[in-house]
Design a protein around this ligand. Structure first.
Ligand code: ADP
Length: 451
C-alpha cells in the first residue's frame, strides 16, 4: 500500500480524496496555489506545499512543480482527482518514469479514450453499442454527404478532440451539411488545435445515462449501475440521480454487463465511466471518462461502496475484492451541484461566504470544501459543493432533497440553490420525465422568472 499520497487537486474533490486516504491510514500531502493558501484541503492534509501562482497552468497543471513537491515530501503516489491533469496521458507517463504511482488507469487507455474517434472505434470493437455515424474521421464533404444519406438527417458534426460540448454542429438537411462541417472544423481548430471531425446521427430526445465501472487490470471488472445526468445546461451536468427513472432492472443489468465485459477485455484499471445517450430503449456510446467523476457519490449512496477507497487500493496493485453479485443497489440518490453562479443567467459569483449552514439529517451528504468566511477565488471552476440525498425510494429522496435544500444557507455569494428549489417542486422532475434538452427549454420558457 502507498505510504503517502499527494493530491494534485483542490476544492471538494481534494477533501474527498483526503478522507479516503485517512481511512486507509495513508499520509496526505496537499498542494495549492497562492490563491488557495486558506483552503480547507490545505488545513486538513498532513503536509502542504505551495506550487505556484493562482493561474492553473502555473500551479495545478504545473508538472515540474508537482514532481518537486513529491520529491520534497517523499510522496509515493499522486491522485489527480477530476479535471486538471486527471486525463493527461503524458502526465501518467512522466510519473511512471519517476517511479511515482498514478492513481488512475494505464496511460494508453487514457490516450485512447481522449480521442473521440479512437474511443468510438475501440468501444465498437469491444461490443459496446455506438451512435450510427462515420467510420472514423471525415475528410471531404462528398464522403460526409454519403454518410449522412445513409444514417439519415438530422446529423451531428463532432470534433475528434472535442470537450465541453464545443465543436459540435447539427445539420438538419443536406443543404445545412457543408456549412455545419466548415463551422465545426473552424471551431475545433480554434479550441483544440485539431480540425478533425466525424459524423453521427443526431438524437432528438435522448437521456444521458452513464455506467460506473471498477476494474483491477487482473481480469476483473464490475459495474455499479447507472447515473442519469440528463439535467444539463450547455452540456454541464447540474442534477444527477441513480437509478435512472427511465430504466428497469433488466435493461440495467444488460447494459451493465456489456460494459463490464468490455472493461475485462480491455484490462481496464481503476474507476471509469462509460457514457451513453439513451433513446427509445437503445443505448449509444458517446465517451468514456477514465477518472473519478464529480457525480460519483450518487453511486456510493446506492451501493455503499467507497469508490475512492477502491480506486486507491487498485492503483496499489490489490485485486478487486468485490464481485458483481456483491453489488446490491439500494434505494435512490440525487445529487445537486451547488455552484457559485447566478441561478438565472449562470454568471459566476465568486466572493466571500459570509454565512454558511449546510443541511444534515438522515440520508443527507454534503461534499464541499468551503466554510464560513471562506473567500471563493475567481480563478477556478464555480463548484461550491454537492448536496447528495438518499432515500429508500425516489419519492423519499425527493422529499428529503426538498427539505435539505430549504435548510441549506450560503450567504455572501449567489448560488444555484434557488434553481434546485424550483426543480424539486416541478412536476416533470417529480415524474422523472426529462431528457437532455429539458432544462434548457425550461429556462428559455422563463421557468425561473415565473417563480
Ligand atoms: P463533450 O466531450 O464535448 O462533452 P460528448 O460527446 O460527451 O462531447 O457530448 C456532449 C453532449 O452533446 C452530450 O451529453 C449530449 O448532450 C450531446 N450529444 C453528443 N452526441 C450527440 C448525438 N449524437 N445526438 C444528440 N446529442 C448529442
Amino acid at each position: 500500500m502507498f505510504q503517502k499520497i499527494l493530491i494534485a487537486n483542490r476544492g471538494e474533490i481534494a477533501l474527498r480524496i483526503l478522507r479516503a486516504a485517512k481511512e486507509l491510514g495513508i499520509a496526505t500531502v496537499a498542494v495549492h496555489s497562492t490563491a488557495d493558501a486558506e483552503a480547507m484541503h490545505v488545513k486538513l492534509a498532513d503536509e502542504s506545499v505551495c506550487i505556484g501562482p493562482p493561474a492553473a497552468r502555473d500551479s495545478y497543471l504545473n508538472i515540474p512543480a508537482l514532481l518537486t513537491a513529491c520529491e520534497i515530501t517523499g510522496a509515493d503516489a499522486i491522485h489527480p482527482g477530476y479535471g486538471f491533469l486527471s486525463e493527461n496521458a503524458r502526465f501518467a507517463d512522466i510519473l511512471a518514469e519517476h517511479k511515482i504511482a498514478f492513481i488512475g488507469p494505464k496511460a494508453d487507455h487514457i490516450r485512447i479514450m481522449g480521442d473521440k474517434i479512437e474511443a468510438k472505434r475501440t468501444a465498437k470493437a469491444l461490443g459496446i453499442p455506438c451512435v450510427p455515424g462515420s467510420e472514423g474521421g471525415i475528410t471531404d464533404d462528398e464522403e460526409a454527404l454519403q454518410v449522412a444519406e445513409k444514417i439519415g438527417y438530422p446529423v451531428l458534426v463532432k470534433a475528434a478532440s472535442g470537450g465541453g460540448g464545443r465543436g459540435m454542429k447539427v445539420a438538419r438537411t443536406k443543404a445545412d451539411l457543408s456549412d455545419a462541417l466548415a463551422m465545426a472544423r473552424t471551431e475545433a481548430k480554434a479550441a483544440f488545435g485539431d480540425d478533425a471531425v466525424y459524423l453521427e446521427k443526431y438524437l432528438e430526445k435522448p437521456r444521458h445515462i452513464e455506467i460506473q465501472v471498477l476494474g483491477d487490470g487482473k481480469g476483473n471488472a464490475i459495474h455499479l449501475g447507472e447515473r442519469d445526468c440528463s439535467i444539463q445546461r450547455r452540456h454541464q451536468k447540474l442534477w444527477e440521480e441513480g437509478p435512472s427513472p427511465a430504466l428497469d432492472d433488466r435493461q440495467r443489468e444488460d447494459i451493465g454487463e456489456i460494459v463490464a465485459a468490455a472493461m475485462r477485455k480491455l484490462g481496464y484499471i481503476g474507476v471509469g465511466t462509460v457514457e451513453f445517450l439513451y433513446e427509445n430503449g437503445q443505448f449509444f456510446f458517446i465517451e468514456m471518462n477514465t477518472r473519478i467523476q464529480v457525480e460519483h457519490p450518487v453511486t456510493e449512496m446506492i451501493t455503499g461502496i467507497d469508490l475512492v477507497n477502491e480506486q486507491i487500493k487498485i492503483a496499489a496493485g490489490l485485486p478487486l475484492t468485490i464481485q458483481q453479485s456483491d453489488v446490491r443497489l439500494s434505494g435512490h440518490a440525487i445529487e445537486c451541484r451547488v455552484n457559485a453562479e447566478n441561478p438565472e443567467n449562470f454568471r459566476p459569483s465568486p466572493g466571500r461566504i459570509s454565512y454558511y449552514h449546510p443541511p444534515g439529517g438522515l440520508g443527507v451528504r454534503v461534499d464541499s470544501a468551503v466554510y464560513q468566511g471562506y473567500l471563493i477565488p475567481p480563478n477556478y471552476d464555480s463548484l461550491v459543493g454537492k448536496l447528495v440525498v438518499h432515500g429508500r425510494t425516489r419519492s423519499e429522496a425527493l422529499m428529503r432533497l426538498r427539505r435539505a435544500l430549504d435548510e441549506f444557507v450560503i450567504d455572501g455569494i449567489e448560488t444555484t440553490l434557488p434553481l434546485f428549489r424550483v426543480l424539486v417542486r416541478n412536476a416533470d422532475m417529480q415524474n422523472g420525465d426529462y431528457d437532455i434538452h429539458w432544462l434548457e427549454h425550461f429556462l428559455a420558457d422563463g421557468g425561473m422568472s415565473a417563480q
